[in-house]
Design a protein around this ligand. Sequence first.
Ligand SMILES: NC(=O)c1ccc[n+]([C@@H]2O[C@H](COP(=O)([O-])OP(=O)(O)OC[C@H]3O[C@@H](n4cnc5c(N)ncnc54)[C@H](OP(=O)(O)O)[C@@H]3O)[C@@H](O)[C@H]2O)c1
Length: 266
Amino acid sequence: MEGKTVLITGASAGIGRALAAEFAAHGHDLILVARSVDKLRELAFELSGRHGVRAIHIPMNLSKRRSAGELALAVRQRDLQVDILVNNAGVLEAGAFRHADPDDLHRMVQLNVASLTQLTHVFLGPMVERGYGRILNVASVAGFQPVPGIAAYAATKAYVLSLSEALNEEVRGSGVSVTALCPGVTDTDMAQKVSQLNPNMPHVPPLLLSSVGSVAREGYRACMRGEAVRVPGIANRIGTFWSQVQPRWVVRTLGGLVGRQLLKDR
Ligand SMILES: NC(=O)c1ccc[n+]([C@@H]2O[C@H](COP(=O)([O-])OP(=O)(O)OC[C@H]3O[C@@H](n4cnc5c(N)ncnc54)[C@H](OP(=O)(O)O)[C@@H]3O)[C@@H](O)[C@H]2O)c1
């Protein structure tokens, strides 16, 4: 399984950066994608030096409409073959939906949903023709239920979860798999920004805060094994299991009680 080429979006920070390190440690060549050129360049240099893999970077803003096509073209022009695609790049818009900036919402949907879908579409077909491929789509525990307070973000992650599960079934037996990785709150810039922006946000107890390393390790394993869905961490697995066995109205009502509290005076 070593020596495959993996394209990782959102590789300059957080979970994506940890996934890049994990794939490199297992001997895979890297195509690193995000907007921050310097961070990508440094990471490519560091990981290729440490693990002896080939690592290149392609800077791209995936919240722009044609960016997924431009990325696929840039990969073709470099004569590279993508064996493993990791759709990790994502942003979170938090707060009352009615107060959200429409441009921010549009950029989030473009990145979390549209670009992820286009990249999956571009690379899945050739993987099936070659009889081998892995796609790892980073969703979230927020994809399992409606979440007032991050309503549109959670809806983008529900989309990612649903798309990944359906595609994994569509291509079953082809040598290709599509895995949804659903982390809970993970110690990254994204999680910190959300708690800084909202003083009503309770402190996340250490038991419920995952490290990027543990999320990346579980994500790598699930992806290479071809699992359909992976929720990293026992506490998150219990939480998502609970929400799936309750009547939807119970989950929705509880989410409403918590969500309205968090949005109080905001
Ligand atoms: N942290 C959590 O608690 C948590 C929980 C569940 C799921 N997730 C999901 O995990 C994924 C990674 O999140 P994270 O917490 O690691 O976030 P993060 O630390 O904020 O990193 C986000 C990554 O995405 C890239 N990115 C952002 N906007 C982009 C754009 N327009 N085009 C290309 N790349 C872009 C960023 O790089 P540049 O700024 O250089 O572009 C960065 O590399 C996301 O899909 C997120 O929804 C996170």
